[in-house]
Ligand binder design. Structure first.
Ligand code: ADE
Length: 254
């Protein structure tokens, strides 16, 4: 997969995009990540890229001619339908589903905004998608772009390796993951759930499903509303609620 990033600050990507899983994906040829400095497309002596906003107000706006020139040059002979994604707090909210769908594409282009924003005509002319990573404002789109790249790249088949498959992780099936443990079996008096030590894989899978469901119910009940729950799942949820009510009653008595 090829990912092109247009930014005023290519140096920001150097650490995060050259370590760990990202390094492995690039080293093994599964990810071709290319950085493009938008300033290279400025034609002024001081390589300026911004100007004052029409109508007044604070901050500077990235100029449409420069940004459009940069995007069109990077797109070059990109496959038809290659998305050009603008990182902005005004975009649609990023999610696991979006990461999976982007990972299926041969190529994506990500445009990072800075200053107060980008002239709206850039969005009108060359942007095909606008994505936000949360309801807060970052100084620029760079950190958001890195979040997207990380989440997308781990969905590329082969990047995580067989045992660390992306299918079982939190959000992949709409649920949070069950808790994880490693040695020792008892640490500061806290025991690893015995079922995990017994080697019965079917029982372990069932336990993980129950605990994933329990975690989701406790921490992110909003996710359950979006899921199709089986009868067994609904029975478990009723059980969690019962247990909770019993615990609360016991707590009240003591
Ligand atoms: N740029 C600034 N804030 C952002 C956000 N929350 N998501 C994506 N891009 C951004």
């Amino acid at each position: 997969m090829q990912i092109d990033i247009l930014t005023l600050f290519p140096g920001m990507f150097e650490g995060p995009m050259t370590e760990s899983m990202m390094w492995k994906a690039r080293d093994q040829g599964m990810l071709d990540l290319r950085m493009h400095d938008i300033r290279d497309y400025s034609q002024t002596r001081y390589r300026s890229v911004d100007d004052m906003p029409y109508g007044g107000g604070g901050g500077m706006i990235m100029k449409p001619d420069i940004v459009v020139r940069a995007v069109e040059s990077v797109l070059g002979d990109a496959p038809e339908g290659t998305p050009v994604i603008l990182m902005t707090p005004q975009g649609r909210m990023f999610s696991h589903e979006i990461a999976v769908s982007l990972a299926r594409l041969p190529r994506i282009v990500i445009l990072c905004g800075h200053y107060e924003g980008i002239d709206e005509r850039v969005a009108d002319l060359v942007v095909t998608d606008e994505i936000s990573i949360g309801d807060y404002v970052l100084t620029g789109g760079e950190l958001a772009a890195m979040v997207i790249v990380d989440a997308v790249v781990r969905q590329i088949p082969g990047v995580l390796g067989a045992e660390g498959g992306a299918e079982r992780e939190s959000h992949a099936d709409g649920l949070l993951e069950a808790p994880h443990y490693t040695r020792p079996p008892v640490f500061r008096g806290l025991e690893v759930p015995p079922i995990l030590l017994e080697g019965n894989h079917a029982a372990i899978e069932r336990w993980r499903r129950v605990e994933g469901l329990r975690r989701t119910w406790k921490r992110r009940p909003d996710l359950l509303l979006k899921m199709k729950l089986s009868e067994a799942d609904q029975y478990l949820l009723a059980q969690f609620a019962d247990e909770d009510a019993q615990n609360a009653a016991q707590h009240d008595q003591s």
